[in-house]
Design a protein around this ligand. Structure first.
Ligand code: AMP
Ligand code: MG
Length: 418
């Protein structure tokens, strides 16, 4: 039996180096940028109006007041997108709309509310203007050649917008691993089917699929009987179609636990079996060398499967895409069990308290009690030890993907990475 730390190191050692692919804008959210993106031109691209109003010369309206307005000749209209522009000479102005290019000669925009209104020949200006007023200068947001996004950045909606703003239709991101999910168990039926006595629903399949889909590509999700030959066929097929095979159940000591044998018969070499942890002790990981494939045999108990996914599978799927995950220390809001020899895991809900992260671990301890993970946004871990931890003691927490992550990361200065 190996330790949790040794298991993590062993898995990290078999993750292949991330490789890049080009992906269209519509599919970039959550992906990791594989290239540094620089601005091919400044933003704004050209000086333009920040408001609807009149583009004019400030020197023409120095004396303007509401009582004694300055009358200017209107020599054109500049809509957003207009390419033909009037030239503004002494005593002249042009109507201009937000986003319209500033015409030659004009050095300010007076908003329409401070004039007699939009008219086609003459307009009365009610106040003086400062040079540059209501003008968005070319390059004031982003200088030409400036770094827009760094390689390694996780793309969100605004980064996708930024890529679009420089005319990119796609970006180079790290390839997501393809994951095939196989749930084993004679007792399992799919939701919607009728249950015979002794049977239960396959809850791990949909749970693992939902978890995995948030960080990788799920290519299949199957349910298989505890039948050695059949399982071997499923594993062989799953392995062909994917980079990672995620199995649930069938890795313990039971007479019908065939996962390890099936993996080995499919040519996978065991990396380890059994980790000093609770829940999740029978975790099994096997690998093939060329091409690199990883098989995770997660224990079937739902909380064990959940905890093992968060602790081992998620970091592996992230590392595949070049993301190194952090864990954090959080102060317990309730006692936490410990084991003299095994690391203890529990789902928990982490939040910011007065002086850093605080976590409420699940009250239910059974590895079959999936309701313990309701509303969880992390998995808490306590090193082996003789007595339970108490409120205000510290535990390590690993955040779930996408759940409350941005909120917590935004305040990361108050967290302490381990
Ligand atoms: P196993 O790891 O196959 O020995 O299963 C351990 C426990 O988890 C048993 O009580 C199983 O019925 C249960 N279990 C296994 N697979 C699933 C699943 N896909 N969904 C829900 N419970 C499961
Ligand atoms: Mg089973």
């Amino acid at each position: 039996m190996i330790s949790v730390a040794e298991a993590g190191v062993a898995i990290a050692g078999v993750i292949p180096a991330p490789c890049a692919e080009r992906v269209p804008l519509g599919q970039l959210v959550g992906r990791v940028l594989a290239e540094t993106v620089r601005a091919p031109f400044g933003q704004p691209l050209f000086a333009n109006s920040a408001m609807d109003g009149y583009a004019l010369r400030t020197e023409d309206v120095v004396s303007a007041t509401r009582g004694q307005p300055v009358s200017l000749a209107v020599v054109g209209t500049v809509a957003a997108g207009a390419s033909a522009l009037p030239t503004i000479r002494a005593g002249q102005c042009a109507q201009i709309m937000t986003g319209g290019r500033i015409p030659q000669g004009a050095d300010a925009v007076v908003i329409v509310e401070r004039t007699s209104g939009f008219a086609d020949d003459h307009v009365e200006i009610y106040e003086p203007a400062r040079s540059g007023q209501n003008i968005r200068r070319a390059g004031e947001d982003i200088a030409c050649g400036a770094q827009l996004l760094a390689a390694g950045a996780v793309l969100h909606a605004t980064e996708v917008g930024l890529l679009a703003s420089i005319g990119q239709r796609e970006a180079a991101v790290y390839r997501r691993p393809r994951v095939a999910i196989v749930c084993t168990g004679d007792e399992l039926r799919q939701p919607g089917q009728a249950l015979a006595p002794g049977q239960i629903y396959n809850s791990n399949g949909p749970m693992l699929r939902a978890l995995t889909a948030s960080v990788a590509d799920v290519c299949s999700c199957e349910l298989v009987r505890d039948q050695a030959k059949q399982l071997q066929e499923y594993v062989a097929r799953a392995q062909q179609d994917s980079d990672v095979v995620l199995l649930s159940g069938g890795v313990s000591m039971g007479r019908f636990d065939h996962v390890r044998q099936a993996a080995q018969r499919c040519g996978l070499e065991p990396l380890f079996w059994k980790v000093a942890q609770k829940p999740g002790k029978p975790l099994y990981v096997a690998v093939s060398q060329q091409p690199r494939k990883i098989l995770f045999g997660l224990p079937g108990n739902p909380v064990s499967a959940f905890v093992c996914w968060v602790e081992y599978v998620m970091p592996a799927l992230h590392a595949w895409q070049g993301i190194q995950q952090q864990t954090y220390r959080a102060k317990l809001k309730a006692p936490f069990p410990r084991d003299p020899l095994k690391q203890r895991f529990l789902p928990g809900r982490v939040d910011f308290g007065d002086d850093g992260l605080e976590v409420l671990p699940a009250g239910k301890r059974g590895s079959h009690m999936l309701s313990a993970a309701t509303a969880a946004n992390c998995v808490c871990a306590a090193e082996p030890g003789e007595r339970p931890l108490q409120s205000r003691d510290m535990v390590r927490v690993r955040l779930l993907p996408n759940v409350g992550l941005s909120q917590l990361v935004a305040k990361e200065s108050r967290t302490e990475p381990l």
